[in-house]
Design a protein around this ligand. Structure first.
Ligand SMILES: NC(=O)c1ccc[n+]([C@@H]2O[C@H](COP(=O)([O-])OP(=O)(O)OC[C@H]3O[C@@H](n4cnc5c(N)ncnc54)[C@H](OP(=O)(O)O)[C@@H]3O)[C@@H](O)[C@H]2O)c1
Length: 325
């Protein structure tokens, strides 16, 4: 089996590459000129230099692979238009290359996001709940999904919507780990937000199941872990994992908004995506980011194995080994 992975230099993509290699696949990685190849450099992969704005490079990347895993995407951006360029336009260009240059029977697996569907009203979202994204990031992923759905009328395509993903190499959760390690747990707002999460190991296992077992007719699957949690649960669990007594601090809404305003202003001036911006503020204000993986269980046999405590313990151990924590 030959597979192409876009976004292979990133957190999710690099784990997917390793998993595909472990299953005996030949893996090709679409990488940009400035991609950081630290997670790929010791792996027996074929690097396919390219860019989503360069159709010839996409044609070269897709023409001899049976599976295309489109993981690349911008989770933060300096401007609204950048989300749409990196998430929607890039997907449209890649789909066009697959349509024109991909071998018959090629499978396309798109890594979207729970953000494309938007927050839930309390109950975990199912795949057929109407989508109402609240952020530019979510809206750009939803538009990309629509392009994949159109494509699925002629070619095999499947959409995966992960919630928050954590595990080794993730730099976003690292900030939370570092703060708890110092004895502080900073909770946004009043701490009422509940989240679905998935450990990277469970996510990549689910992605491969989707690629092997889904019909490829534009099905959407949520892949989440067993437990959801709120910020309090997360802080307490992490405190136990790191062996720290944790003092909880609440960041009021105005402070979160001010930080978002500052992040957006700085990133617009510097033209570099900030970790925190007004788009992320829209997401953090929602109470429920919950999804159910029931459909993936029933149709794909997806069975997440990492519980939160085990997943956080494994992640902390990796951060420590790397000297990140
Ligand atoms: N992490 C999560 O919690 C989470 C949750 C739900 C969905 N997702 C989705 O999963 C995918 C991967 O996320 P991640 O957490 O692995 O992110 P990541 O570590 O930041 O990796 C992003 C990857 O996408 C590439 N990329 C970023 N912007 C790009 C652009 N403008 N044009 C082309 N390539 C670009 C990066 O390539 P370079 O190395 O060249 O920059 C990198 O390989 C994204 O599509 C994201 O929307 C992530």
């Amino acid at each position: 089996m030959r597979a192409l992975v876009t976004g292979a230099s990133g957190f999710i993509g690099s784990h997917l590459v390793e998993r595909l290699l472990a299953e005996g696949a030949q893996v090709k990685c679409l990488v940009r000129r400035h991609s950081n190849l630290r997670w790929l450099k010791n792996l027996p992969v074929i690097l396919s230099p390219g860019d989503f704005q360069d159709p010839a490079s996409l044609a070269r990347a897709v023409r001899d692979v049976e599976e295309v895993y489109h993981v690349a995407g911008a989770t933060r951006a300096a401007r609204r238009a950048e989300y749409f360029r990196a998430n929607h336009q890039a997907t449209v260009n890649l789909l066009r290359a697959c349509r024109d240059h991909g071998p018959p029977g090629q499978k396309f697996i798109f890594i979207s996001s729970l953000a494309a569907a938007g927050p839930s009203a309390g109950e975990p979202l199912a795949e057929d709940t109407p989508s109402r994204p609240v952020s530019a990031y979510g809206a750009s992923k939803l538009l990309a999904e629509q392009a994949v759905l159109n494509f699925s009328r002629q070619r095999s395509a499947t959409i995966i919507r992960p919630p928050v993903v954590y595990g080794p190499r993730d730099q976003e959760a690292l900030l939370l780990f570092r703060s708890v390690q110092r004895g502080f747990h900073i909770i946004p707002g009043r701490g009422a937000q509940r989240l679905s999460l998935v450990h990277i190991q469970d996510l990549v296992a689910g992605i491969l199941l989707a690629s092997r077992r889904a019909q490829g007719r534009g099905e959407i699957y949520y892949l989440s872990g067993e437990q959801d949690c709120d910020w309090q649960d997360l802080g307490e669990c992490l405190g136990r994992v790191l062996g720290r007594r944790v003092r909880t601090l609440y960041a009021p809404g105005w402070m979160i908004h001010l930080a978002g305003l500052a992040g957006s202003a700085i990133s617009q001036l510097s033209r570099t995506p900030a970790l925190w911006n007004l788009d992320k503020v829209k997401e953090i204000r929602q109470t429920y980011w919950l999804c159910s993986c029931r459909k993936a269980r029933m149709e794909l046999g997806f069975q997440p194995v990492m519980d939160l405590s085990e997943g956080l313990t494994a992640t902390a151990a990796w951060y420590r080994r790397m000297g990140w924590l």
